[in-house]
Design a binder for this molecule. Sequence first.
Ligand SMILES: Cc1cc2nc3c(=O)[nH]c(=O)nc-3n(C[C@H](O)[C@H](O)[C@H](O)COP(=O)(O)OP(=O)(O)OC[C@H]3O[C@@H](n4cnc5c(N)ncnc54)[C@H](O)[C@@H]3O)c2cc1C
Ligand code: FES
Ligand code: FES
Length: 478
Amino acid sequence: MIQFILNDKTIQSGLSEGSTVLDFIRYEKQLTGTKIGCREGDCGACTVLIGELKNGDLVYQSMTSCITPLINVHGKHVLTIEGVNGELPTPIQELMVNNNGTQCGFCTPGFIMSFTGFALSEEKVDFKNVVKSIDGNICRCTGYKSIERAADAFCGQIKDKPKTEKISWLVEKGHLPKYMSEVASRLLDLQKELKSEVIPNHDYPEYFLGGGTDLLVQKPEAIRKASVKNKFDDQFLKGIQINDRICKIGASATVTDLVESAIFNSLFPNLEKHLKLVSSTPIRNMATLAGNFVNASPIGDMTIFFLALDSSIVLNNKGNTRILPLKNFFLDYKKIDKTPSEFIESIQFQIPKKTDHFNFEKVSKRTHLDIASVNSACQISLDKEEIISDIHISVGGVAAIPKYLFEASAFLKNKKLSDEVLNDFFKIVNKEVSPISDARGTAEYKRLLVRQLILAHFIEFFGAIEPITNKLLKNKIL
Ligand SMILES: Cc1cc2nc3c(=O)[nH]c(=O)nc-3n(C[C@H](O)[C@H](O)[C@H](O)COP(=O)(O)OP(=O)(O)OC[C@H]3O[C@@H](n4cnc5c(N)ncnc54)[C@H](O)[C@@H]3O)c2cc1C
Ligand code: FES
Ligand code: FES
């Protein structure tokens, strides 16, 4: 039995583990304020907040309920638009009305949930961050400016929110209903109760399930009927640690876990800039690293990111583990070196030296909520004379697999960038990639993007070194 708190009620559900939270709340509980738009995580109409206790704190994240598997909310709090409403509209609901932020109203519950999630978060209260919190919500009517005005006024209302006891403060100011003050202690009681319950242990599941953001888009019906093993909440597959200069990340870490990790931010100072290009806030809250690797999309952003770190993955088969370089994991289109009973346990890479550089670039048709036409990452180690002592370059969207550029990377080792080196290098790159024309661009356009994105890495690394930038400009390479 899956158990959780839905708004103010503790719920038991006999639905299968792979059913969606959306179907449960709309069709089993008739809570129809949560809307169905795309059913693919794209529009945000179905956004709910999922709360769970982390180190004793109640933490909420926005998720798209249309692709959230029911098992992933076991023991947690699911907050829908009905659970936010008290007797009167909340201040953000008033602001949306007063600023004409709602017209047909179909998208509005999703926006309200994202704004409420922002109020509940640790994010600094400012206009940039509040707008970022709605990057997963689409509105067809308003043109967004009126919603941004409401968002701006909302910031003014919650700017004095204290760092501790924020739920009590939000309840006191009418942003949340009273029962929210009790949720943390109710979750604690629920967890104690669940500990004594025997959970079915699918040792041989048909599917390992991460956040479900690929599986529940690709085969929702099959997942609803299948035996699944929840990896999303497996604490053994969480956490980010550094030991002996090796960074080890649990395979179920989400993109948000990386963005919020102090360790990861210290290793990659531009992390936020890079990872905000990955989908949207709710999807980043759900999308795991293992899910991205195993989905084996040639344009998986996290795959491209970790390929350039020359990462390895640890695969676990009923307790036996093996370590495989990520660059050897992808065999052919959607074919990977993994048996059905193996799951990814962790990802590891050698932490970059202070003098190393890393960059990630992505070109897509839209900035947010879009997959890449071409993406690329590069890690480079330079010695004192600007000679490249080591380099790893990955490119997505230009082959049947997420591509690690074996030959081009090897060619640049122990060389210094010059016109001649660059010319020969790009000849090798061109041989290594084999893009096809599709909805994301022609093969020719993608070849051009590969070149430009790799040059973007070099500008990022060598931008301050005048001669090289000048040479690139002079020779019209830029
Ligand atoms: C609206 C939307 C936008 C998106 N935007 C982007 C984007 O910008 N960039 C991008 O790269 N991707 C994007 N994606 C794709 C997706 O979010 C990512 O690929 C994500 O990382 C998948 O992780 P998951 O945990 O949700 O995977 P799931 O759907 O849970 O699983 C995917 C695959 O991984 C397997 N799996 C999961 N965990 C394990 C494990 N520990 N061991 C072995 N197998 C496992 C599953 O069995 C399944 O085969 C988007 C998806 C949606 C719906
Ligand atoms: S219905 Fe569109 S994101 Fe869920
Ligand atoms: S108000 Fe109609 S879709 Fe947003």
